[in-house]
Design a protein around this ligand. Structure first.
Ligand code: TYC
Length: 120
């Protein structure tokens, strides 16, 4: 498990050995280490089906996932051959938005294209 906050003690300069108490005292300072935590990530996947046109899937990948035509064509073919492919990895809110955008766009064009998300 990563991303914990640590509290650690730092010993500062010892007192003089001639000081009362035999010089065994030292100052202890508590410091909190600032720690940024990475958010959980989610894979967004496109699923194959027998009806959505290939050009439509390519368009979806260009429009919602910022791919070039060549990248989009390659990923579309991977989905077509393997059944699914990860098309991007995002934080929860962005992944949810991508899935909703793709599902809504497919529905409006009356294609059965399915887009899902899964924790990485
Ligand atoms: N299998 C579809 C066809 O042959 C193309 C397709 C590719 C559909 C990827 C969905 O996510 C998909 N027309």
């Amino acid at each position: 498990m990563t991303g914990q906050t640590f509290i650690f003690a730092t010993r500062l300069a010892s007192n003089s050995p001639d000081a009362p108490g035999g010089g065994s005292q030292s100052d202890v300072v508590l410091e909190t280490k600032p720690k940024t935590k990475r958010p959980p990530l989610y894979k967004v996947m496109l699923l194959n089906d027998d009806y959505t046109p290939m050009e439509f899937v390519v368009h979806v990948l260009e429009r919602f996932f910022g791919m070039t035509h060549a990248q989009a064509f390659e990923i579309m073919l991977t989905v077509h051959k393997k059944g699914l492919a990860v098309v991007g990895v995002f934080t929860h809110e962005i992944a949810e938005t991508k899935v909703a955008q793709v599902m809504d766009f497919a529905r409006r064009h009356q294609h059965p294209l399915q887009c899902t998300m899964e924790k990485e």
